[in-house]
Design a protein around this ligand. Structure first.
Ligand code: UDX
Ligand code: ADP
Length: 463
């Protein structure tokens, strides 16, 4: 039986997942380690509201388990040494250099982890890959671990995470399924059962699937590719709706009632973001290409091409509607996070829309309930389109929507935060320059109500 778990990586996946395992399994000591001292200090902050990740319900779970059987630390070696089971939950960004640049996953953090485990481990361990990884990473980890020469036995499991940010705690409490891939040998099966037993503390057995390692790894990429494909599919149709006079919300509702299609994940938007969709599809494309499967690669790549087009087209439409120039005009951004209920901004559409508008010399005022100036400037600087000074000059970050919209020519809704729906829109209108435009990239505001006030309203996918 497992008594001691270590998780390497205290990010959006490792943090919430381990907090829930610790809460549900008080008999297991769970230590989450990270090289980032600032992040660990925030996880250990006396005030549980200051933990580094915003997720509804997470602070309650941390408050219950932290100090009891949940610990956050920078002592990576010590935690590895003490653990019977090690989760690898480090980031696997898309490569920014060399072979596979812009497509393949950068596995350097994973490899570093494997080498560290190999160096430190003195007793047998089960190593669980939790990060999204391209197919066949487990075998690389295995090779590194098996060549340690110190007689320690390792079992490698793949246990992809399916939580969505913003609903991570709900998803972890009641997952649609838990997937565990392992070696088909007797030892592999035993390792699988050990991990099954941990989840069985709160997940019904029939929702815990076990497969071979490769199926598990590929299932994760496939699930994200299918989900992203749905968003790109509805977004592709949103453009056609705008031309023809059909309404994408009505189309989504009509097709969603077909039980074979289903109603979820059919919301047209300014484009999907987040750390997973794009990265995982690029991975899939890269893997397919590396096997010479060009048609397969092209098929999936189109999902990304469509998503890029959707972001660009949103910015272009703002420019066109504002009489073909936004130079010197103030545009208010409501939302910066890639979706509501998270402070994560990775690959958020807002970044790209802002970048395009700044290139047209607009000035932007951003308000997001959970994202601050430092992160927003970081995201823009990361693109390297213009100098840090220019980004600072062009983008003002404020702490409420009314201020963001004051004296603006237009409002762009980039994230579907619930609070946006509760605003006094008459008051916002009164303080804007006229004509006042709303570009609703999430279709969350009430078109009729806004038009009654006097706004010129454009949602995605309708006229
Ligand atoms: C996703 C997967 O859902 C999750 O299972 C996996 O573990 C990680 O990747 P996440 O990226 O956190 O989760 O959020 P998700 O809810 O999937 O949204 C991704 C993006 O798609 C967001 O930008 C969201 O706004 C967008 N989206 C989603 C739409 O534009 N329309 C929709 O109908 C659904
Ligand atoms: P994810 O969304 O996959 O959880 P994050 O970037 O939020 O990704 O978190 C990954 C975490 O892993 C980061 O906090 C990073 O500092 C940490 N990390 C990366 N490599 C190592 C390593 N070798 N040892 C410990 N922590 C690491």
């Amino acid at each position: 039986m497992i008594k001691n778990i270590c998780c390497i990586g205290a990010g959006y996946v490792g943090g919430p997942t381990m907090a829930v395992i610790a809460q549900k399994c008080p008999h297991i000591k769970v230590t989450v380690v990270d090289l980032n001292e600032k992040r660990i200090a925030a996880w250990n902050d006396q005030d549980v509201n200051n933990i580094p990740i915003y997720e509804p319900g997470l602070s309650d779970v941390v408050a219950e388990a932290r100090g009891r059987n949940l610990f956050f630390s920078t002592e990576v070696d010590k935690a590895i040494d003490e653990a019977d089971m090690i989760f690898i939950s480090v980031n696997t960004p898309t490569k920014t250099y060399g072979v596979g640049k812009g497509m393949a996953a950068d596995l350097k953090y994973i490899e570093l982890c494997a080498r560290q485990i190999a160096r430190v481990a003195k007793t047998d361990k089960i190593v669980v890959e939790k990060s999204t990884l391209p197919v066949r990473t487990a075998s690389a980890i295995k090779e590194i671990l098996e060549h340690t020469g110190n007689g320690v036995q390792f079992q490698i499991l793949s246990n992809p995470e399916f939580l969505a940010e913003g609903t991570a705690i709900e998803d972890l409490f009641a997952p649609d399924r838990v997937l565990i891939g392992g070696d088909t040998s007797a030892e592999g099966q035993k390792a699988i059962e050990t991990l099954v037993a941990i989840y069985a503390n709160w997940v019904p057995r029939d929702k815990i699937l076990t497969t071979n390692v490769w199926s598990s790894e590929l299932s994760k990429l496939t699930a994200n590719a299918f989900l992203a494909q749905r968003v790109s599919s509805i977004n592709a149709l949103s453009e056609l709706c705008e031309k023809t006079g059909a309404d994408v919300n009505e189309v989504a509702r009509a097709i969603g009632m077909d039980s074979r299609i289903g109603s979820k994940f059919l919301k047209s938007s300014v484009g999907f973001g987040g750390s997973c969709f794009q990265k995982d599809i690029l991975n899939l494309v890269y893997i397919a290409k590396s096997y010479g499967l060009n048609e397969v690669a092209d098929y999936w790549e189109q999902v990304i091409i469509m998503n890029d087009h959707q972001k660009r087209r949103f910015a272009k439409n703002i420019i066109k509607t504002l009489y073909n120039t936004v130079s010197g005009k103030k545009i208010a951004f409501l939302g910066w996070a890639f979706k509501k209920d998270t402070n994560d901004t990775r690959e958020s559409a807002a970044i790209y829309v802002a970048d395009d508008l700044l290139s047209e010399q607009a000035t932007i005022a951003v308000y997001d309930p959970k994202v601050g100036e430092e992160q927003i400037q970081f995201d823009l600087n990361y693109l390297e389109t213009r100098s840090e000074d220019a980004n600072k000059k062009g983008v003002q970050v404020v702490d409420n929507a009314y201020e963001a919209c004051k004296d603006a020519h237009a409002i762009a809704v980039l994230t579907e935060w619930d609070e946006f729906k509760t605003y006094d829109w008459q008051k916002i209108y009164d303080n804007m320059l006229k004509p006042a435009f709303v570009f609703d990239g999430r279709n969350i505001l009430d078109k009729k109500e806004l038009e009654k006030i006097g706004f010129i309203y454009q949602g995605i996918g309708s006229r």
